[in-house]
Write a protein that binds this ligand. Structure first.
Ligand SMILES: Nc1nc2c(ncn2[C@@H]2O[C@H](COP(=O)(O)OP(=O)(O)OP(=O)(O)O)[C@@H](O)[C@H]2O)c(=O)[nH]1
Ligand SMILES: [Mg+2]
Length: 444
């Protein structure tokens, strides 16, 4: 499959200043040479050349800049050419059509990255990081993706692999040379090595929760009685008139959500229908949805009206969500001291919001603000492979304590090693590869 030459538009669709058509494979120079005015085969690697692209009939399609990369020195590891043409979608399509006519095949999603992986330019975790880097929407997600792309996760995984391989070697020595085997390590030493390796694996697995939050954002759910100012607060936090605000209780009927960054951290904020006893059918459904949103969120924010005493509905709400962050709204109006402690704000006048934001970030991230040196797992696939590996090591530790025969222990360890390897791709089937790269963009 790696024998043919592939091509695709590598830039986003639509109009732009320039578009890039990427060609990779054994015949990349020949293909480009056939449609370009210069002698592509004679160019040094990593040089750019101004010239013209012609149609088969010889008419001019576009003036372009052509970048040449020799085999072994490109993203895919193959002979590659990038054609920078004018960024109209019609002209870009025409250049691509010309490239295909000259003998390249249209690349599928992620096919360039798949080739980079198959040619050992990057491992699987790094290839996946490319896509995450493209999708990153905040500093943390970007940092995690770029760490992975730099191979920092891979280095960690390889280190774990090495440790398990060493342990397996010792256990297999016991199988093969029951007499001398114990010279390599005592049972106690081996158990210590196993436990330490497992701990390092668990430490990495524990970063996954953060990794998910980096990409998806922590969910915040605004709860409260009708008219306390939930939608006003949502708008104030977003700094835009997103939700409808009126003085009619029961204005918000459905849950709506928006993404926002608070102190650089990603969040997803839900505004909900105010909670109260009602027989009205739409409002009832809205309240059901409110409860659903609240139950699945990372932090519930209960909004109360400081100008009036708590209602019984509100008291129930406070009991149902004892961990909620309590916010007293409408401090701009005359009021007496609040009945219970909470953050005081005015959604209308936008006061108290800085304190509120600080508290939200603290509640979610306190004591676990990402450490710059810690690698964060961000992919479900990596997390589940790592967990399989941990389970394997765990059963070896148990087996060890129960004097299970070394053959079985070695078998379990090999299984664990396979799971670990699949993270960086030394042990994955074509099916899995296909599924991973299918999620990439065409041209990447
Ligand atoms: N004075 C004052 N009025 C506010 C404040 N926040 C909201 N309001 C007013 O309170 C009324 C209700 O505000 P909303 O934001 O729609 O309240 P809600 O909690 O979303 O209400 P429902 O969607 O009906 O549950 C509107 O008239 C707002 O202008 C505030 O901080 N001060
Ligand atoms: Mg509302």
């Amino acid at each position: 499959m790696n024998d043919d030459t592939i091509a695709a538009i590598a830039t986003a669709p639509g109009e732009g200043a320039i578009s890039i058509i990427r060609i990779s494979g054994k015949k990349a120079f020949a293909v480009a040479g056939e449609i370009f005015s210069g002698n592509v085969g004679s160019y040094a690697s990593h040089t750019a050349h101004l010239g013209k692209i012609f149609s088969k009939a010889g008419s001019l399609i576009d003036e372009v800049l052509l970048l040449v990369m020799h085999e072994g020195r490109s993203y895919t590891g193959e002979e590659s050419v990038e054609i920078m043409c004018h960024g109209g979608s019609f002209v870009t399509q025409k250049v691509l059509a010309r490239v295909l006519e000259a003998g390249a095949r249209a690349a599928g999603p992620g096919e360039f990255s798949l080739r980079a992986f198959k040619n050992n330019r990057i491992d699987l975790a790094q290839a996946e990081a490319v896509q995450e880097l493209i999708a990153a929407k905040n500093e943390l997600a970007l940092q995690a993706a770029s760490d992975q792309l730099q191979g920092r996760l891979s280095i960690l995984v390889k280190d774990l692999q090495q440790r398990l391989t060493d342990i397996t070697a010792i256990i297999e020595a016991w199988v093969d040379y029951p007499e001398e085997g114990l010279e390599f390590a005592s049972r106690e030493e081996l158990l210590e090595m196993l436990v330490a390796t497992k701990e390092a694996m668990v430490k990495l697995a524990n970063t996954f929760h953060d990794g998910v939050l980096f990409n998806r954002g922590s969910t915040l759910c605004l709860l409260g009685a009708p008219n306390v100012g939930k939608s006003s607060l949502m708008n104030a936090l977003l700094d835009q008139e997103r939700a409808i605000v009126t003085n009619i209780p029961g204005t918000t009927r459905d849950t709506l959500h928006e993404e926002l960054l608070i102190e650089g951290m990603p969040f997803r904020l839900f505004d909900t229908a105010g909670i109260r006893e009602t027989e009205e059918i739409i409002e009832k459904e809205g309240i059901l949805r409110t409860r659903k949103a609240a139950d699945s969120s990372d932090l519930v924010l209960i909004l109360l009206d400081i100008t009036r005493p708590l209602s019984s509905d509100e008291e129930n709400l406070l009991l149902t969500y004892p961990d909620a962050l309590i916010i007293w709204n409408k401090v701009d109006l005359p009021h007496s001291d609040p009945q219970i402690p909470g953050i005081k704000i005015s959604a209308k006048c936008k006061t108290g919001l800085t304190t509120l934001k600080r508290e939200i970030v603290d509640r979610i991230w306190k004591n676990r603000l990402p450490d710059k040196d810690q690698i964060t797992l961000t992919k479900e696939r990596h997390f589940s492979s790592l967990n399989e590996a941990i389970d394997g090591v765990d059963s070896v530790i148990q087996g060890f304590k129960n004097n299970v025969s070394p053959e079985f222990l070695a078998f379990d360890l090999r299984q664990s090693l396979r799971s670990l390897s699949s993270i960086i791709g030394t042990n994955v089937t074509e099916d899995i590869l296909g599924a991973i790269f299918a999620k990439f963009c065409v041209g990447k």
